[in-house]
Ligand binder design. Structure first.
Ligand code: FRU
Length: 498
């Protein structure tokens, strides 16, 4: 059964994203249980079905054949006597290692039950299983739950399970306060501790959450990437953020190949959190596909949307690239998204930017994709202003003297709901005199992929309905535009959903 979206309400409320995933109504946070199975991309998510603020967590559910158009399905997992259903993952158990599938194959969800200790009544997080024999439509919780607990630690959650081919074992990476732990299993019902990582590595500005672990090819070999999100900390305006480590994983231990003090941020914007990757994407496809929660614990419960709260980022394909600083993650929006394009303009000749002259002045759009290539001939500040009106604009600017790309949302629209929202977000883009920008603007977000996805910045904005202008600006300096392509975006809900 899919949930019909009423034809009188095509997801067109104020601020409703038109090409990003949102729940039909009420609260959503982390993406969960992402798995590709029999032609469907599954997206489960942390969901409070009765309120627009966080509360007793369920797993909401949607499926898609392209990660762009989504079919909303009924809630997959409900809280029970073991607690709320916190974040976790799903794998295909192809060889029936769990014995749940009578020798066949099926889906196994591994998630955190957040409840209380039966004796002490203190908060307790444990790991549990559920399985589905009908393509994820219905789920049975394993009667032996929980399958993993630890009495010494309260923050013990967000299991991500992968199949480790060389060791022929399931590996679980789990967040445990200020580090992650690795466990192994042959049946997912009993887990052995292998090692821990991270107490003295990377950023510890918040509690560690939502890890992910996967190999990616690079330089003729491969490296393992460990993603770790860090929770909000009231002492820092940045709020919750996601970091990653690059190194090796031998089935037991993760070794970081960078300086332990180095912090590699996955995204330099404020609004890409708890992201993880899809499991079981077919080898012929070969992509490592990622989606994040496009919000921030700093203000997620207060953002000014009325019937629903939160969206996901665009789905992105992850890869590794060798740079002067070391091996780094690269993110590219999935090519499937280009099905939404309606070409508006394409400039394929060199134009020298002139202060005060806006070559995009006749274009009005609130949902679009823009690709552009620039060359700076001297220290310059230039860029794009989007969702622009007399009183509002979001500036995606580049300061070539500092080699900094910034998104200034101080005048982007409503920011009254939290004093940390109004800000300038910056990232270093150290790459000579050329800049390429790939930008996705939706009704309430901006995603910037600079220099082919080497530098990424994701940011929420809440502009007024009348803010639909676009400006290509030069503040000062000498800049040539080499090419520019602009596409309006169709709504993914245009047919009233499914
Ligand atoms: C991350 C997180 C997870 C937890 C879930 C609860 O955003 O805090 O660690 O499982 O959200 O909703």
């Amino acid at each position: 059964m899919s949930l019909k979206i009423s034809p009188t309400n095509f997801f067109n409320e104020k601020f409703r994203p038109q090409f990003h995933f949102t729940p039909i109504k009420n609260w959503m946070n982390d993406p969960n249980g992402m798995v590709y199975f029999q032609g469907e991309y599954h997206l489960f998510y942390q969901h409070h079905p009765e309120s627009t603020v966080w509360g007793p967590m369920h797993w909401g559910h949607a499926v898609s054949s392209d990660m762009v158009h989504w079919e909303h399905l009924p809630i997959a997992l409900f809280p029970d006597e073991n607690g709320f259903i916190f974040s976790g993952s799903i794998v295909i158990d192809t060889s029936d290692s769990t014995g749940f599938f009578d020798g066949g194959e099926g889906l196994v969800a591994i998630f955190t039950h957040a409840g209380e200790h039966p004796n002490t009544k203190k908060p307790r997080q444990v790991q549990s299983l559920a399985y589905s024999k009908d393509k994820g439509r219905t789920w049975t919780k394993y009667e032996g739950n929980p399958v993993l607990k630890d009495s010494s630690i309260i923050d013990f959650r967000d299991p991500k399970v992968i199949w480790h081919e060389e060791e022929r074992k399931w590996i679980m990476v789990l967040a445990a306060g200020n580090h992650v732990r690795f466990y192994s299993s042959i049946d997912m019902k009993s887990w052995s501790f292998e090692s821990s990582f991270g107490e003295t590595e990377g950023s510890h500005l918040g509690v560690w959450e939502c890890p992910d672990l996967f190999p990616l090819p690079v330089d003729g070999g491969h490296r393992w990437v460990l993603i770790v999100s860090i929770g909000d900390n009231s002492a820092y305006n940045e709020g919750s953020r996601t970091q990653y480590f690059v190194g090796d994983f031998d089935g037991k231990t993760f070794t970081n190949e960078n300086d332990p003090k180095a912090v590699l941020w996955l995204d330099f914007g404020r609004d890409n959190y708890a992201g993880v990757t899809w499991s079981d994407v077919p080898k012929e496809d070969g992509r490592r596909l990622f989606i994040g929660w496009m919000s921030n614990w700093k203000y997620a419960n207060q953002v000014p949307t009325e019937t629903w709260r939160s969206a996901m980022t665009l789905p992105r394909s992850l890869s590794l690239s060798s740079t002067k600083e070391g091996i780094r993650l690269v993110q590219t929006p999935v090519h499937e998204i280009s099905a939404l394009r309606k070409p508006v303009t394409s400039i394929q000749r060199t134009i020298t930017l002139v202060p005060g002259e806006n070559i995009l002045k006749d274009i009005k759009s609130k949902t679009f994709e823009l690709k552009a290539r620039f060359m700076m001939k001297e220290a310059s500040v230039f860029g794009l202003k989007v969702h622009q009106s007399k009183d509002e604009e979001t500036i995606i600017g580049f300061d070539s003297l500092r080699s900094v790309l910034y998104v200034d949302r101080r005048r982007s629209g409503d920011h009254s709901f939290h004093n940390a929202f109004s800000c300038i977000q910056e990232m270093d883009v150290l790459e000579g005199e050329h800049l390429s920008l790939h930008i996705f603007v939706d009704t309430s977000s901006v995603e910037v992929f600079a220099n082919d996805g080497k530098h990424v910045l994701t940011s929420l904005i809440f502009p007024g309905e009348e803010s639909d202008g676009l400006e290509l600006f030069l503040d000062h300096g000498d800049v040539n535009l080499h090419s520019l392509d602009l596409f309006n975006y169709h709504s993914i809900w245009a047919k009233g959903g499914s």
